[in-house]
Design a protein around this ligand. Structure first.
Ligand code: SF4
Length: 287
């Protein structure tokens, strides 16, 4: 069984940077807290917890503590609250996400802002939290809020950094029919675009595709949806333990793509297990 790992598989620049910032802070004199998950991956969160970095759900008064703002950013009010509670802040927001903040703030002066993205995702909440007027978030073409848009005459559309091109195009097609003046400012990040290009080829070039990442990861979900749309034999796994040997009977090649927040050690574990499965099949078929 051939195993083909996509070139863009695994950590993106923003995730690697945020994790490195946390690792550097671990073991210091001050307690280190993260509001929510630093990145959307169970194994990364667990590793950092083992190093003493605590995930918190609410910001409460704290002494001698650091709050790390995660890779996907946070609304301004989170920074204000953390400062008021006595935290020192280490901002691990990805610079690409910060660029989206800047673009959104500039466009807000003359436009109603629409964000194409997952309504409940931290990044979308973070972008919304930079603006004076609440933006309209749209997740899919089925989710377009016609009533809200009826009064919008001029809009600027920005996108969550991990959005799929097809979804953006489908939503834009509809918005152009509803809003008299509407312009797309595609803020999908480069890493996402490269990954999405590769994930269109991988399911065509392989019999089966494995997407590796946590179920909470938006970019992993998108990779899975694109791949599955092309090749039904696409499986979304979190780690090697999820692999089932039966999936690989009669499979000649497996394509692997790990989400932007999946550590390389998890991918290595998957590859080792695949090699073991493959050699067991070889032994069964060798006379
Ligand atoms: S997916 Fe893009 S924007 Fe998001 S953290 Fe990674 S590099 Fe930054």
């Amino acid at each position: 069984m051939k195993i083909n790992i996509a070139k863009s598989s695994g950590f993106c620049f923003g995730v690697r940077r945020a994790i490195d910032m946390c690792r550097d802070l671990a073991g210091g004199k001050r307690s280190v807290h993260v509001l929510g998950d630093i990145v959307h991956n169970t194994f990364v969160v667990r590793e950092l917890e083992e190093k003493g970095i605590r995930k918190i759900k609410r910001i409460r008064p704290a002494e001698n503590s650091i709050l790390v703002i995660r890779a996907h950013g946070a609304p301004e009010k989170v920074f204000d609250r953390a400062k008021a509670c006595g935290y020192s802040i280490v901002d691990a927001t990805c610079p690409k996400v910060k660029e989206i903040y800047k673009i959104a703030r500039k466009l807000e002066k003359n436009n109603r802002i629409i964000i194409i993205g997952d309504n409940n995702h931290d990044e979308v909440k973070g972008i919304a939290g930079q603006l004076r007027k609440r933006p309209i978030a749209i997740e899919s073409p089925q989710d377009i809020p016609l009533k809200k848009l009826a009064r919008v005459k001029k809009a600027a559309v920005i996108t969550q950094s991990t959005q799929a091109t097809d979804n953006i195009n489908n939503i834009m097609e509809r918005l152009e029919r509803i809003i008299p003046e509407v312009k797309l400012h595609n803020t999908t990040c480069r890493t996402t675009r490269v990954k999405q290009q590769e994930i269109r080829a991988l399911p065509r070039e392989n019999d089966l595709v494995l997407i590796i990442g946590s179920k909470t990861s938006a970019n992993t979900k998108r990779l899975y949806q694109i791949s599955r749309g092309i090749n039904k034999k696409t499986r979304w796994i979190e780690c090697a333990e999820d692999l089932k040997p039966a999936w690989f009977k009669g499979i000649g090649s497996v394509g692997i793509m790990a989400g932007a927040s999946t550590p390389d050690r998890i991918t290595r574990g998957v590859v080792e297990e695949l090699e073991a499965i493959s050699s067991r099949f070889d032994k069964l078929t060798t006379p």
